[in-house]
Design a protein around this ligand. Structure first.
Ligand SMILES: Cc1ncc(COP(=O)(O)O)c(C=O)c1O
Length: 375
């Protein structure tokens, strides 16, 4: 199967190992096993070390599926299947539902899977581009024009990477109406759902709770700071989950009993972990906001969720060129918007180490002043 290069992941492969200041990362500082055990107040580790490393429950343990179902409003364990990260979840959904010549609408910027996999399957992919002047929210009239009565699926990402925009509930309802008229599925990558910048209400609405053909994908990577577990899931109606499991038998077997076990521990302690993460995110966002106030070569619509901001710059240089030169000269790694089909933008991750963020943004500004005199 031919498929386009995954630009973001290839950029990471090329540059991340030599970054001194990594502002391309999308994770809040990851938890160690020790930290997780401490949060879970688990002193007796026999329970872990005595485990036999067999395949475990093939579609994920019942306990894990129940815990995940409780992250939604109207779901139960039969609505969940466990996957190899959200990346595995998205791929499984698309391989299950999309066939050559199907019509697909994808909203960008987004994680590249959402347009490159359908294209590689031979689907006809129509793109709706989000615009900064609309606060990165989709234009519903344009979406309506792109969705025809034989559209198979709408692929979207909410809260959005890279912009950090969250689609308001009423707008999501209208997107559901558009999909329903065409009997289209909606695949919503919700990997940042749980990281809204509001400690009291970190979870935005899920498409799976709003629409009978709504499919939510997510994982332990962002909300729980446990990307190393490589554990994700699909949440959808039982019929869709059955279809996905049929496809899944060919590429997953199980995700591994330790990943399952640690994921259960983390979700059981979700309040504490999410509180930690939102507090780190808000600290980073404050630093970013302050930097933007003083940096006249960059601007952005501030994010409402997640860990990244999509920053516009006004210099006559391609984003790949800018990021490459910046990193070669200073060790500061930022993700070029071109890797997400949006030149003149840079994705800045602000959820990691606040001291490093502050320092890296200072270095970035000095470098901009040295290299670009005109704003
Ligand atoms: C929008 C989005 N979807 C999916 C993924 C993949 O996540 P996972 O680590 O769970 O495979 C990422 C990772 O950055 C992402 O940003």
């Amino acid at each position: 199967m031919k498929i386009d290069k995954f630009k973001v992941e290839e950029w990471f492969n090329k540059y991340e190992h030599k970054a001194v200041y990594d502002l391309a990362d999308t994770c809040v500082e990851s938890l160690s096993i020790d930290e997780l055990l401490k949060i879970a107040k688990l002193n007796n580790t026999n329970e872990i070390f005595s485990r036999k490393l067999n395949y475990g429950d093939i579609h994920g343990s019942e306990k894990l599926k129940e815990l995940i179902a409780n992250l939604y409003e109207k779901q139960n364990s039969q609505n969940i299947t466990i996957t190899h990260g959200a990346i595995g979840a998205n791929q499984l959904v698309m391989l299950t539902l999309i066939e050559p010549k199907d019509k697909v609408v994808s909203i960008i910027p987004t994680y590249q899977q959402h347009y490159s996999i359908p294209k590689s399957i031979g689907a006809d992919v129509k793109i709706l581009k989000l615009k900064e002047e609309n606060n990165w929210l989709p234009e519903l009239d344009k979406l309506e024009q792109l969705v025809s009565n034989n559209t198979k699926i709408i692929c979207m990402n909410n809260p959005n990477n890279p912009t950090g925009a969250v689609i308001p509930d009423e707008m999501l309802e209208k997107i559901v109406d558009i999909a329903r008229k065409s009997d289209a599925y909606i695949l919503c990558d919700e990997v940042y759902r749980g990281l809204c910048h509001n400690e009291k209400k970190p979870f935005s609405k899920s498409i799976a709770d709003m629409y009978e053909k709504g499919i939510s994908t997510s994982s332990m990577s962002k909300v729980f700071s446990l990307a190393g577990l490589r554990l994700g899931w699909v949440c959808a109606n039982e019929k869709i989950i059955d279809q996905i499991n049929h496809q899944r038998e060919y590429n997953t077997i199980s995700v591994g009993i330790l990943d399952d076990y640690f994921s259960c521990l983390a979700i059981e302690n979700k309040e504490q972990i999410i509180k930690r993460n939102i507090s780190k995110i808000l600290e980073g966002k404050c630093i970013l906001e302050q930097w933007l106030k003083n940096e006249n070569k960059a601007d952005c619509v501030l994010p409402n969720a997640g860990t990244t901001a999509f920053v516009r710059y006004n210099m006559p240089v391609k984003s790949t060129e800018l990021c490459k030169r910046l990193q070669d000269d200073t060790g500061v790694m930022i993700l070029p918007g071109e890797t997400m089909e949006m030149d003149n933008y840079l994705r800045i991750g602000y959820g990691n180490n606040p001291e490093k963020l502050k320092k890296a943004l200072e270095i970035f500004s000095k470098w901009l002043n040295l290299n670009f005199t005109q704003a």
